[in-house]
Design a protein around this ligand. Structure first.
Ligand SMILES: *Cc1c(COP(=O)(O)O)cnc(C)c1O
Length: 394
């Protein structure tokens, strides 16, 4: 019987309730693994795609526990942890792509992913073409070239939250015999990538899975032996690695993810709805609220939301007015990343780059992450922040 997600979060990557040992997997640190004899070393060297001790860079019991847990909650067969969420994007791209390839990437993609495509990948002879995340099948099909190797998706998009039609895109990718990649960081537990046709799923564990703003880590999950061979062999060739200390912390974060995410989803929705009713706000870009591009797809494909969304202010407010509001907030930290226990805010102006003509809004944007504070306090803080916004616009 398939376990419900809250049960999986508690049990995944552990030895079961009847094992004689500690509740948590051990934190193992190490480089050299010693063998009893040369024959054992030669034999185990053949098993580099399995969770066995070969050498530190191949991972140890701490990595294997986290990899098993993430694979289980993503609904995939194998997972590779790497040193950051960004490495969870770059490692599989390098593992699958070759010089001369073409790749399709949504215009709303995470900025550092775009930097990698336009920088290092371009230098290695890979062409990236950006597409509207809300593209129709009819408009996407002609973009697939004979040398297109990857259809990349990120749903919802960074900063602007367009929810992509992943099953439709998966159908097109597989019809063309290419791979569908998805950055599933926002979905966390609420989008099952493989059930919707994804081949390679990416998660920044830095966000809600870590959950405490104290680690940087990424995970790449696949759902077939063939994809695992591409990913695992590529990761080993690149020396992609993650600290076991961070993996251990991520496992600790994972155990409480269910309750944190539910509480933050609820708090995020309450604050988002409150903001959407304010006269200073033109609309709120939250996938679970109408007015967000792809809201209908969200309702069809996701089981819930996280607490990251953006606000579009009325056009009469300038970027400087929004900065005045943000500076006036006392409970919202000004900083990148998200998924921790604390609320954050970022002005969007100057931080997003679009080249396919998307991402145009009637006013200035700010991105909010709602933490575990009392929402009454957060709303009171926002109330005085909006007063500062109005005062700045006078
Ligand atoms: C934060 C983020 C990443 C990168 O994670 P890091 O661990 O900070 O490198 C990748 N994709 C998305 C969508 C993100 O929000």
């Amino acid at each position: 019987m398939a376990k419900k997600i809250d049960t999986a979060l508690v049990h995944a990557g552990r030895n079961g309730t009847k094992s004689y040992g500690y509740v948590n997997p051990q934190l193992v640190r190490g480089s050299t693994v010693l063998y009893p004899d040369v024959a054992s070393k030669l034999a185990i060297g053949q098993r580099r795609r399995e969770p066995v001790d070969i050498y530190g860079t191949h991972g140890n019991a701490t990595h294997f526990a986290l990899q098993a847990a993430v694979a289980e909650i993503e609904g995939g067969s194998h997972c590779q942890v790497v040193g950051s969420g960004l490495a969870a994007v770059t490692v599989p791209l390098l593992a699958y792509l070759r010089a001369g390839d073409h790749m399709l990437v949504p215009d709303s993609v995470y900025g550092p992913t775009r930097n990698f495509c336009d920088g290092l990948l371009a230098r290695y002879g890979v062409t990236t073409e950006y597409y509207d995340p809300m593209i129709s099948a009819a408009d996407l099909r002609p973009k697939l070239r004979p040398n297109t190797r990857i259809l990349f998706t990120e749903s919802p998009g960074s900063h602007t939250f367009e929810v992509q039609d992943i099953p439709m895109l998966a159908g097109l990718a597989h019809e063309a015999g290419i791979k569908l990649f998805m950055d599933n960081t926002w979905g966390v537990l609420n989008f099952q990538p493989f059930a919707h046709g994804v081949d390679v799923s990416i998660q920044a564990l830095t966000k809600y899975i870590g959950g405490h703003s104290d680690l940087i880590l990424g995970a790449v999950t696949v759902n077939s032996d063939e994809d695992w061979a591409w990913l695992r062999d590529g990761a080993l060739q690149m020396g992609a690695y993650a600290s076991p200390d961070d993996c251990w912390l991520a496992l600790r974060g994972l155990r409480t993810l269910g309750v944190r995410l539910k509480a933050q989803e609820e708090a995020g929705l309450r604050v988002a709805k409150w903001l959407s009713a304010r006269p200073e706000v033109a609309r709120v870009l939250h996938p679970a609220l109408p007015g967000c591009p792809g809201h209908e797809i969200f309702k069809r494909d996701f089981t819930g939301a996280c607490s990251l969304f953006s606000v579009v202010f009325q056009p009469r407010f300038s970027a400087a007015d929004v900065v005045a509001m943000i500076d006036a907030l006392n409970l919202f930290g000004i900083g990148a990343s998200w998924g921790g226990f604390e609320s954050l805010v970022l002005p969007t102006t100057g931080t997003i780059r679009r080249t396919a003509g998307t991402g145009k809004f009637e006013g200035e944007l700010a991105r909010f992450h709602i933490g575990l504070e009392d929402t009454d306090d957060l709303i009171a803080d926002l109330e005085q922040g909006l007063a500062a916004l109005r005062a700045a616009a006078l």
